[in-house]
Ligand binder design. Structure first.
Ligand code: TXA
Ligand code: MG
Length: 353
């Protein structure tokens, strides 16, 4: 299959050309095809959420296990009613506060949503993205877009359309390039089906932000604890994700010691003929001796780190580094989401010094 590639930036959305492209994209979705599109978090791989056969194609294109359910994206609030069986007050409170935006809610599903979409569960994940191209695309496509991140299963979620193309070229009908995404980590997932709200995946909307509008919110224990024997409630969280080809180790501790330790390990690895990648920050980047030192961003503004993390992991793959050392991040605010993804990428290999 030849994949059509089109660029639509948010600021050009109203142009005739952009609208014509979105109309074509909507037609592809309605006849059961796949279109990748930008959102504020990461690129999504979209299909009609209400067509079983279309959703099956998503699993095939990604190489994704079929028990891993998809998020249904909507473009306007009213569209939530037909796909849910019960709508708790908390869902309305959260939608008022955070939609459109990087928040996904788990709710009881109605019969309209096929089991293929929800991986056999009787709940459905729903999100209304804030990216204008995404919302317009959803509305032009019939209103319900099932979309996982647009990467091949196991690879980092794409933050640029170029990465979607790398993973999906020839497998899907269209890629809409909306430029670099704003957030860079997937949405926060909150389960509202079992009484007290529980965070199943941390993201840009933090526990603190949720608690401000909901009161007490729990966090699924498996999120940061690599040794937990419990199965994560979001099936997707149990898979090894984002794993770069190289072995990644996180080094945590006081800054000077972290720099000294990473540099010592780097020299050792280089003596063995290995190529070393390092994930540094604004402050420290000039102090490292690795073959490929990447600056993730500023510790004073961790949103910059969230935005760059997946790009950096992909670049290390392209550069064929053999080992990667990364600094560690505080688990407050967005730091919890950053550490969750980094720990997964490292197979929970972290050294405290
Ligand atoms: O930011 C995002 O959420 C992106 C963009 C494209 O919107 N999408 C995304 O989708 O990250 P995906 O498929 O890569 O991750 C969806 C996660 C998986 O871990 C899945 O197991 C979980 O959501 N999930 C989906 N439906 C669920 C359900 N009914 N109950 C529990 N977890 C669910
Ligand atoms: Mg994903």
């Amino acid at each position: 299959m030849e994949t059509r590639y089109e660029t639509i930036l948010e600021e050009d959305l109203d142009s005739q050309r952009a609208q014509a492209v979105l109309k074509d994209a909507g037609a592809i979705i309605k006849r059961g095809g796949l279109v990748a599109f930008p959102t504020e978090t990461v690129y999504g791989l979209g299909a009609d959420a209400l067509q079983e056969e279309a959703c099956r194609k998503i699993y095939e294109a990604k190489g994704r296990p079929s028990d891993n359910p998809l998020i249904v994206h909507i473009g306007k609030w009213e569209d939530i009613y037909p796909i849910t069986r019960e709508l708790p007050e908390q869902a309305k409170v959260l939608a008022d506060a955070f939609w459109p935006g990087p928040l996904t809610m788990i709710l009881k599903k109605s019969d309209l949503v096929p089991m293929r979409t929800t991986g056999g569960l009787d709940t459905v994940a729903v999100r209304m993205p804030s990216h204008k191209v995404a919302r317009d695309f959803i509305l032009q496509s019939g209103g319900y877009i099932a979309a996982p991140s647009a990467n091949r299963s196991g690879r980092p979620s794409p933050t640029l359309a170029r990465y979607v193309q790398e993973d999906m070229d020839g497998r899907i009908e269209m890629i809409i390039d909306g430029g670099q995404v704003g957030i860079g980590l997937e949405s926060t997932i909150v389960d509202l089906t079992e009484g007290n709200p529980v965070i199943l995946r941390p993201g840009y909307i933090t526990r603190e932000m949720l608690e401000e509008v909901l009161g007490n919110v729990d966090v699924d224990k498996t999120i940061l604890d690599g040794n937990s024997k419990q199965a994560p409630k979001a099936p997707g969280m149990k898979y090894r994700h984002y794993a770069p080809k190289a072995d990644l180790t996180i080094v945590a501790g006081e800054e000077d010691k972290v720099v000294a330790t990473i540099n010592a390990r780097t020299k050792e690895a280089q003596r063995e003929g290995k190529k070393v990648g390092i994930i540094s920050t604004d402050h420290t980047r000039k102090r490292y001796v690795g073959d490929s030192v990447k600056n993730a961003g500023s510790r004073e503004n961790e949103e910059t780190i969230a935005r760059e993390l997946f790009r950096i992991l992909r670049e290390f793959d392209d550069e064929n580094v053999d080992v990667i050392y990364s600094e560690s991040f505080d688990e407050n605010g967005i730091g919890q989401a950053i550490m969750n993804r980094l720990l997964k990428a490292a197979g929970h290999h972290i050294e405290y010094i």
